[in-house]
Design a protein around this ligand. Structure first.
Ligand SMILES: [Zn+2]
Length: 274
């Protein structure tokens, strides 16, 4: 997963399905936080339909289904309406400072073991329920579990977002609106996501560099190869991820959009990237 022009892109270069939601603010944001949610809905499809409907007055940047499918609804540098009235670390109104991910999940269930049901009455087998014994009042709560596929995709996307936007923290809706919200709830492995923040600068995965000068990008590893004239030189500070090494040359994927070109792959001299 990577991000280009504030849209999510698969590693093979194809764009994640994008269905634009009208429910977004004007202007751009600089996200610092990633806020996780559950949809409390019946399916990813129904949640996408609702969050792209004007009547909802709500949206999120991404919806991730139980099968790991992803739909993007809002560019990552635009204000989606997912947090509502919210506070965190002295900041109010987290929509202006965060990216929101909705995970398809019916949320807190009703009933009891052997008869757990969604709020709209669908029976959920015990094998898909995490039972929590709440200490404060000894109540037995049932949370629909997330699927491994869904969490794996969510982790991959979160890591890409954390690295690309250098995010400070991954938090839950329940953290920033504790009196109103319970998502993503006890079934969400928040700790394993918070570890992504600690690992964001580690060497595994993508190596991101920046050009230190205006730098030509070429069709092969050497000055004898033609440069890509429509995008050369890349401006100073252009972000690149290194795909391959050949002597002092690096094959790179250009992360930033240059002259409206989104998918630039070519060779640059390693002396001028850092
Ligand atoms: Zn929420």
């Amino acid at each position: 997963m990577k991000i280009k022009a504030h849209k999510l892109i698969h590693n093979d270069g194809s764009q994640v399905p994008f269905i634009r939601s009208p429910n977004q603010g004007r202007g751009t944001i600089t996200p610092r936080f990633l806020v996780m949610h559950y949809t409390a809905g019946a399916s990813a499809e129904s949640s996408v339909n609702w969050l792209t409907n004007r009547d909802a007055n709500a949206s999120a940047h991404l919806v991730i289904g139980r099968d790991g499918s992803i739909v993007q609804l809002v560019d990552f540098n635009r204000k989606a309406w997912h947090a509502g009235k919210s506070h965190w670390r002295g900041i109010s109104g987290l929509n202006s400072h965060s990216i929101g991910i909705e995970l398809d999940n019916p949320g807190l269930l009703q009933g009891a073991p052997g008869n757990w049901r969604t709020t709209w009455g669908r029976l959920v087998p015990d094998s898909e329920v995490l039972v929590e014994k709440r200490e404060s009042d000894n109540a037995t709560l049932g949370w629909h579990t997330y699927t491994e596929q869904q969490l794996e995709v969510a982790r991959e996307v979160s890591l890409a977002l954390v690295r690309h936007y250098n995010l400070d923290e991954i938090i839950g809706h329940e953290d920033i609106a504790p009196n109103r919200k319970r998502d993503p709830g006890t079934a969400f492995p928040m700790l394993s996501f918070q570890h992504l923040i600690e690992g964001r600068d580690s060497d595994d995965g993508e190596d991101i560099f920046k050009t230190t000068v205006a730098l030509n990008i070429r069709k092969g590893p050497g000055t004898e190869f033609d440069k890509y004239t429509d995008v050369s030189p890349l401006p100073q500070g252009t972000r690149l991820s290194v795909l391959k090494k050949h002597g002092v040359w690096r094959k790179v994927d250009v992360i930033d959009v240059i002259n409206n070109e989104m998918d630039i792959v070519g060779w640059v001299h390693s002396r001028y990237i850092a």
